[in-house]
Design a protein around this ligand. Sequence first.
Ligand SMILES: C[C@@H](N)C(=O)N[C@H](C)C(=O)O
Ligand SMILES: [Zn+2]
Length: 199
Amino acid sequence: MLPAAKLAMTVWLAAGGEPLVDATEAVPDLVVDMRYATEDNFLKRKVYPEDARCLLLPDSARRLKQAADVLRTKGYRVKVYDCYRPRAVQWEMWKLVPKPGYVANPKFGSNHNRGAAVDLTLVTLEGAPVEMPTPFDDFTPAAHHGYKGGSEASRKHRQVLLEAMEGAGFLRNKMEWWHYDVPGAKKMPVLDVPFTKSG
Ligand SMILES: C[C@@H](N)C(=O)N[C@H](C)C(=O)O
Ligand SMILES: [Zn+2]
């Protein structure tokens, strides 16, 4: 990769805080499907630029690599749907779904706004979809970790993902099988920087 491109992979906080890193640097086989950069999301419109990357705090990226390394040995790769999310987008989400648990109140900030949360699923090593209890951002009880319905395979996959993520120190969101936070996230600053800002 060209040095300039590598440099552009890093977003520095306007206030001089910790830089966000591109998660594909830590997890080279990461499948990136940034849903909010498409119309295939619950807002039904693009709220990110088309070239939005999966940006995370270094600690989040390190933990994601740890989980991905374990999952690979079990025959899975990780596919991310969302990583860092500008706070302005959080407000757009909250206007539509003001339900804490499913969407964090932007007044306090989502851990996505801190680069300290990731929305993800499993795919096979070849990148094929793996059955989960619900589609991404299905804000119903079927998305809860305690949900006992759906197929046995979907519950097993949810559990495989959960064990890998908790093994790497992530914390589950009990209402969304796809959402994980890093511990201590709330101490990190809420951000509203673009996906491409560097240096
Ligand atoms: C909107 C959904 N993908 C999500 O990330 N929800 C959590 C609770 C959040 O907004 O932080
Ligand atoms: Zn999330």
